[in-house]
Ligand binder design. Sequence first.
Ligand code: NAP
Length: 541
Amino acid sequence: MNTTTTDRRHHEVIVLGAGVSGIYQIKRLVDMGVDAIVLEGDDDLGGTWNRNRYPGCRFDSESYTYGYSFSQEVLDEWHWKEMFSAQPENLRYLHFVADKFDLRRHMTFGARVATMTWDDAATQWTLQLESGDVYTARFVITSLGPLSAPTLPKYPGMADFKGKAFHTFHWPKEPVALDGRRVAVIGTGATGIQVVGAIAPIVGELTVFQRRPNWSSPLNNSPISDEEMARIRARYDEIFDNCAKSPGGFEHVPRWGFWDKTPEERKALWDELYTQPGFAILAGNFAEIFFDEAANQELSNYIADRIRGRVHDPATAEKLIPKDHGFGLQRLPLETRYFEAYNQDNVHLVDLSETPIERFTETGIQTTAGHHEFDVIVYATGFDAITGAYDRIDITGVDGVRLADKWKESPSTFLGVLSHGFPNLLMVAGPQSVSGSTNFPRAIEVGVDWVTGLLEHARANGISRIEARPDAESEWVAEVERAHERMLFRRSKGWFTGYNSNVAGHQEGKIRYQAYFGGSPRYVAAIQHETETGYASMVMS
Ligand code: NAP
């Protein structure tokens, strides 16, 4: 077995990223005895949980469905403390796993890859780091994370602001004083909604700049006692089995039969689901809400009434209710006392559709209605999702073709793992897989296992070059498109449909098919079929 050392520059496999998927991927490679290392651009492991340190940051998957399933020891030893665990604990968990299997020694930190170039003659990738260091590898496995390329708005004068200002992804590691401060939050996606709920009780004044409201429903978090954890441990096999059977990788299971029930029966169900933890109201609801306009409208009306019942000022409540898309048709944020925050005298909502931002100043933000003074400005303005992390690396494949050019309009992959013209580039949680659309760790364990199986096959058969057939790739892209077309969210704006107003080249109303929405079981069936047919959709040599 070749264990790795990080002072060498050639490796059989280089994994990019030491987040949730990179940690598990290197574990599998080490177990296989492959010469492999991880290059991580940040200063430590943990990926999303190392970066996102903003107040309120936590899972909205039940903690015990988010943890790894691959190790009985980890399952036996780790005690989740909350139903929806917060960032510090989640980062501790990833450190616990990495340390338990002594994986850190295979990782190099502060190693951000700038370019990756395929050399067909040598059958290997050359990776140049921002530091200038050069590595080569037969295979590169990307574990870049779907939400790791943060994006900022482009308002005039942003650099003039003299107070503290940062994107939530870059929230400082050292404590940020917020008590008594005047704080702006720009953006009301899952992140902004978590931040607002968490900081409203401590700041002096909080002003939320909302471009479009988002639907949101209660997280309903609670602690997990020792007894509860013992019950969860005893049920782990069942839990992971349930997740594997559900489209979203959760224990929540959608049901059909919306129109078989009376409106009163539907409301009774929603009253129950609204108070249940996590995505129950979405993933445990009638499946028709995702496909049938009238069904979705009825549920949207119900949630709108819930918002009206929680926000005292009717005008503010109306501003917080989305009118341009139905409930669950963009990625649903889950909240903790978000709507109640607006009942506080020190919390203000600025509706940017009425009073847009004109410019930033040294002391704050000027809208068409007036000037707001701040000590801290928080950008909760989202990510260049899924493909953004790939675009940040200049990746050049066969015949000098750049991946960013191939994917300019929309990504194109085979099973979300390979892309024709880019041999030996294996993407875990890649575009057009289910990792962006389902409970992330459930999806990446499937992805890592499949990629590892592919590498085992290559090793056993003396294969050094793997490339997806273009016709197989076209078929998968068509399947991804079909899955989008079935769903109502195909008309909504947001990262599910690949739109981000802050990214050049993204066109409103033009879908980038970045994630597969056919559900986890269908995706797993597709990748298993590929294995069972001897990797028939790939050219191997
Ligand atoms: P997001 O959902 O893309 O939301 C970004 C917000 O910023 C939107 O409200 C957007 O408005 C606003 N915005 C963007 N550019 C703007 C501009 N130039 N001017 C004014 N407003 C602007 O991003 P996010 O909230 O960071 O969430 C991204 C994803 O991360 C989530 O969907 C989720 O998958 C993940 N996440 C998960 C958790 C969790 O597990 N609990 C928590 C946080 C995030 P528009 O709507 O008008 O574009």
